[in-house]
Design a protein around this ligand. Structure first.
Ligand code: CA
Length: 230
C-alpha cells in the first residue's frame, strides 16, 4: 500500500472492532499500532503518533485518564474517543478533559474515517490516500469502494486492500510473501495460497476473462503484478 506517512495509535480491547478498524485504517494507507489496555497504551505512547483513536472502557482503567495525562504532559495530537458511553454529559466530559472528537459505538465506519481525516486536516496533515484509477478500474480508499467503470464491485476487506495495494504499484512484480507482509501484515503468518485465493477472487470480479487476465498478471516464478497500462 502506498503508505501515507501518518501513524495512528488505536487503543481498543474489543477484538472485533479492532480488526474492523485495522482493516479500514490500513486500506486508507495509515500506519497503525495497537494497544489493548491503558497500560499498553501508555507504554506505546512513548512514541509519537499523528492521531489517537481511544476506547474508554479498558480492562485496566479508563481512557479518560489517559486523555487527561497526555494533555497534562502537553501532548497535542488529535484524540478521537470511540466509546459506547453515549450520554450527553459523558460526551461533554470527554471533550472537556481534552479529546478533540467523540464518536459513539456502534459507529458508521465512513463517518469515523471522515472524522479522522478532518482532525488530520485541522493539524495540516493530509492523508494523501485519494482514489486510484487504472483503465476502467478504480478504487476509493476513503469510501472503501471499488468499481469497474459504472459497476461497483462487492469486495471483502482484504480483497479490497490487495486491489488498492496492487493498483498503487502498477508494473511492479510482488512475491506472495511480500504481499502477505504488506497487505496482511507481518504478524499474520499466513500462507502463500491465501494470496492465490484472493487473487483468484479479485480476477473473478474484475477480469473479463479470468483465464487471460488484463489487470492482475501472474509473474511466473515470482508472484503477481498489476499491469501498468490495461
Ligand atoms: Ca472497551
Amino acid at each position: 500500500m502506498a503508505r501515507t506517512d501518518l501513524s495512528i495509535l488505536l487503543v481498543e480491547d474489543d477484538e472485533r472492532i479492532r480488526m474492523e478498524l485495522l482493516d479500514a485504517l490500513g486500506a486508507a494507507g495509515f500506519t497503525v499500532d495497537i494497544a489493548v489496555s491503558r497500560s499498553d497504551a501508555s507504554r506505546t505512547l512513548r512514541d509519537d503518533y499523528d492521531l489517537l483513536l481511544l476506547d474508554l472502557g479498558l480492562p485496566d482503567g479508563d481512557g479518560l485518564d489517559l486523555v487527561r495525562d497526555l494533555r497534562a504532559q502537553g501532548r497535542a495530537m488529535p484524540i478521537i474517543i470511540l466509546t459506547a458511553r453515549d450520554a450527553p454529559e459523558q460526551r461533554v466530559r470527554g471533550l472537556d478533559v481534552g479529546a478533540d472528537d467523540y464518536v459513539v459505538k456502534p459507529f458508521h465506519l465512513p463517518e469515523l474515517m471522515a472524522r479522522i481525516r478532518s482532525q488530520l486536516r485541522r493539524i495540516g496533515r493530509s492523508t494523501g490516500a485519494g482514489p486510484v484509477r487504472l483503465g476502467d478500474l478504480w478504487a476509493d480508499p476513503s469510501g472503501r469502494q471499488a468499481g469497474l467503470g459504472e459497476r461497483n464491485l462487492a469486495l471483502k476487506p482484504r480483497e479490497f486492500e490487495l486491489l488498492v495495494f496492487l493498483m498503487r504499484h502498477p508494473g511492479r512484480a510482488w512475491t506472495r510473501d511480500q504481499l502477505l507482509d504488506r497487505v496482511w501484515g507481518s504478524s499474520y503468518g499466513g500462507e502463500a495460497r491465501t494470496v492465490d485465493s484472493h487473487v483468484r477472487r479479485l480476477r473473478a470480479c474484475i477480469e473479463t476473462d479470468p483465464g487471460d487476465p488484463r489487470y492482475i498478471q501472474t509473474v511466473w516464478g515470482v508472484g503477481y503484478r498489476m499491469v501498468e497500462e490495461p
